[in-house]
Design a protein. Structure first.
Length: 411
């Protein structure tokens, strides 16, 4: 087993699933296990200023090897995994010398990674692919990013002849629930720009993300014994189901949109007759269109209030993150050097948009321009998640080239 695979599997086996219903920070204590491990490894590698906050944020410094004062940049990845699918008892499966074709996952033969849906596999014949056994997430989102960062750090420490400026390493928690920078002090991070390692495949550079809000719909009904419910009962489940059923179906849904098209995605539903709640994520690249989605929800809720006057229907909109595009002009070198570094690492840079968000969205909005780079992950939030040794190594190579390029600059 190569060192990069061994490192990734060590991280992937730790359950770090976030919990969006929790008010604690981190939202789950189990995220701290990986944070503690990463802080320990940073110390063992010889990084400086290693810290682990009570909230699980790890920071460290890779000192400069240039004699002049170069700008400080930051490399970031998140330790948590999505709450949408289990990451308990992850069993990574190593597929050495991948021969091509669909990959059937051994613990659930109904779970198949199909080449038709994963065209990137065609470029990885003969390489090592890592998947789950079909029962959990793999956690490549974003443990492949952590792996790429730690691999690049180890390489630069082993080769002090490579000239580079100071680099801040940062591992965050709760990115998957939109709270990745909640307890991150940008003054302590102290960088001119950042790079999140949280995108698919290799060679990709995301300079735009969705803007995002969360809608929480709560319906309070009237419960009574069903034998005498006529004219009295208002079933919150039925009312909330009607609201969801009236959402656009042929447009504005993940199943019917692509590219720059936004969507409204109900992903969680719970409750009973007296009270029922749904969570709906609202996504679009343009903020006015995001506002229009919230208005659609309010219009549907208004119609249902007229139909069910005894029901109480609450629509709460919570801001999550905004398109990183709007803050990138503060440090234009962040994007141009990502393009140059990808090319220097032997790949064709692909500028793209991400139909989701990253810590980079929040960091850029907070004043730290942070493009998002490939880390080797595929099919995030799914038991069909996979990564590859070659792509993680490629992501690490891009970071090394970025270090060289920024080392040529003067602060």
């Amino acid at each position: 087993m190569s060192k990069i695979i061994e490192r990734f599997i060590r991280y992937a086996k730790i359950d770090t699933q976030a919990d969006e219903t929790s008010d604690s920070s981190p939202s789950t204590a189990k995220q701290l296990e990986l944070s503690r491990l990463l802080a320990k490894e940073c110390n063992e590698l010889g990084l400086q200023d290693v810290s682990l906050s009570e909230h699980g944020v790890v920071m460290a410094t890779l000192p400069a090897t240039v004699s002049h004062e170069a700008p400080t940049i930051a490399w970031l990845a998140h330790v948590d995994t999505s709450p949408e699918y289990s990451s308990e008892q992850v069993h990574p499966i190593i597929h050495e010398n991948y021969a091509g074709g669909d990959i059937v996952l051994p613990a659930d033969f109904t779970k198949v990674i199909m080449v038709a849906q994963n065209p990137a596999l065609a470029d990885l014949i003969g390489e090592t692919i890592i998947t789950t056994d079909g029962t959990t997430l793999l956690g490549a989102d974003d443990k492949s990013g952590i792996t790429a960062i730690m691999t690049a750090v180890e390489h630069l420490l082993a080769h002090p002849e490579i000239e580079h400026g100071p680099i801040r390493i940062c591992f965050t928690v709760d990115e998957e629930i939109g709270r990745g920078i909640e307890n991150l002090d940008l003054n302590t991070l102290n960088a001119c720009c950042g790079y999140t390692l949280d995108s698919e495949g290799w060679g990709r550079i995301d300079s735009e993300t969705f803007s995002a809000d969360l809608a929480i719909i709560t319906v309070h009904g009237v419960n009574t014994h069903p034998s005498e419910a006529k004219g009295k009962m208002v079933n919150a489940i039925r009312v909330l189901s009607a609201l969801i059923d009236r959402l656009p179906k042929r447009t504005l849904s993940p199943e019917t949109t692509s590219g720059r098209e936004g969507f409204m995605h109900p992903y969680h539903f719970e409750g009973g007759v007296s009270e029922a709640t749904a969570r709906i994520i609202l996504r679009d690249f343009e903020e006015p269109l995001l506002t229009a989605q919230a208005e659609i929800l309010n219009q549907i809720a208004g119609t249902l209030r007229a139909e069910y006057p005894d029901a109480e229907i609450q629509v709460t909109i919570k801001k999550q993150y905004r398109n990183m595009r709007d803050g990138m002009e503060k440090e234009p070198r962040a994007l141009s050097k990502a393009i140059e570094a990808t090319d220097a690492a032997g790949m064709t840079p692909t500028l793209d948009i991400i139909r989701g968000g990253t810590d980079g969205s929040l960091l850029t909005e907070a004043g730290l321009p942070t493009p998002n780079l490939s880390s080797g992950q595929h099919n995030p939030h799914s038991p069909l998640e996979w990564t590859s040794e070659k792509e993680m190594q490629a992501a690490s190579n891009v970071l090394v080239e970025l270090a060289k390029l920024w080392g040529q600059e003067t602060a």
